[in-house]
Design a protein around this ligand. Structure first.
Ligand SMILES: [Zn+2]
Length: 334
């Protein structure tokens, strides 16, 4: 149940604690997340209003449905929070006996520790949602404008709940490792194939720019930096580079500095790293090892937050296709 920030690669994040620990990070965690599948709500709005995909007439109805859905997510989180708080500290004795949970007072039960954690309201598929509502994603200004309205609603509601319930509700940009594919399958069953929406095996990660959009790393950072500020329970921004960047460390430093200047809270540079299991040679490689011709190749990738030893077996069809469709943000003019 507890996903602590101690796992340094996880995107979850603890914002300001409303119950007295302030900005303290250690000893707190993400208590539980709920993810809202935005494209499904967008389709419900399209059907409710009798409008067509992309014509812009379902936006108002979508915002109303989303508001209701955020309230439902809050209720689900409260129910789970109460369930967790009703457990005995013996179920995670090590945590309490070793003072790993900040604020724990034995006489008060584990709620005394849990109340400092984060209740995360997450989201999936902002890019596809914008396509359904207005026919473009947030790489275009009018898409970005609506994206900001949607994220403002999340932020506003989480801030309200945080105060009202005195618990740390927060906006979370969900990685959706398995959900990206299962949600897409369910969506296709219901709505079929819609171009730029359900013609792939996965929904786009949280509010990310779709992985197949060609752009420079600076453009990618510029776009996502406009939305990361709405999240206070975790986000990540990636740029994809090819293996050759190891010969240009200066370029990596420029990118890191650029992302920091744009206030990206968590920035990651993804570089593929393959290992030939026959001879041990390591680099990015195609079907065969260039040294021994071996085909038994382990493909290390950062698919979501964590480095995965071989994404071709460790992930579902959706994430595998997403990884394969990622364009490299290099070789683009700025
Ligand atoms: Zn080899």
């Amino acid at each position: 149940m507890m996903y602590s920030k101690v796992k340094a690669l996880c995107r979850t994040y603890n914002g300001f604690d409303i119950n007295g620990l302030g900005q303290l990070k250690d000893g707190r965690g993400n208590i539980c997340p709920v993810t809202i599948i935005l494209p499904t709500i967008a389709m419900e709005a399209v059907q409710e209003t009798g409008s067509a995909v992309g014509d812009g007439n379902a936006t108002e109805s979508f915002m109303q449905l989303l508001e209701n859905k955020i309230a439902e997510a809050k209720d689900m989180l409260l129910e789970r929070f109460e369930w967790i708080c009703s457990q005995s500290p013996d179920s995670a004795k090590f945590m309490y006996e070793n003072n790993l949970m900040a604020g724990y007072v034995p006489e008060e039960g584990i709620r005394s520790a849990m109340k400092h954690g984060t209740l995360a309201i997450g989201q999936l598929g902002l890019a596809e949602t914008l396509q359904i509502l207005i026919g473009c994603d947030h790489t275009e200004p009018r898409g970005m404008e609506l994206a900001k309205k949607i994220e403002s609603l999340f932020k506003e509601k989480c801030a309200k709940y945080k105060k009202e319930y005195s618990l740390n509700f927060g906006v979370y940009y969900t990685p959706a490792e398995n959900l990206c594919h299962t949600a897409m399958n369910k969506f296709k069953e219901k709505y079929g194939i819609i171009p730029n929406v359900s013609d792939r095996e996965y929904f786009t990660n949280s509010m990310h720019i779709p992985v197949w959009k060609k752009m420079s790393p600076f453009e990618k950072i510029n776009l996502e930096a406009q939305l990361t500020g709405y999240s206070n329970a975790g986000c990540i921004t990636y740029v994809e580079l090819d293996g050759g960047v190891k010969n240009n460390i200066f370029a990596m430093e420029v990118l890191v500095n650029y992302a920091m200047d744009k206030d990206i809270p968590y920035f990651a540079i993804n570089v593929p790293n393959d290992t030939c299991l026959s001879c041990g040679y390591m680099d990015e490689m195609g079907d065969k090892c260039p040294i021994c011709g071996g085909t038994d190749i382990q493909r290390l990738r950062r698919v979501t937050g964590y480095l995965t030893s071989s994404y071709t077996t460790a992930f579902n069809k959706g994430k595998r296709q997403e990884t394969e469709q990622r364009v490299k943000h290099t070789g683009c003019e700025v």
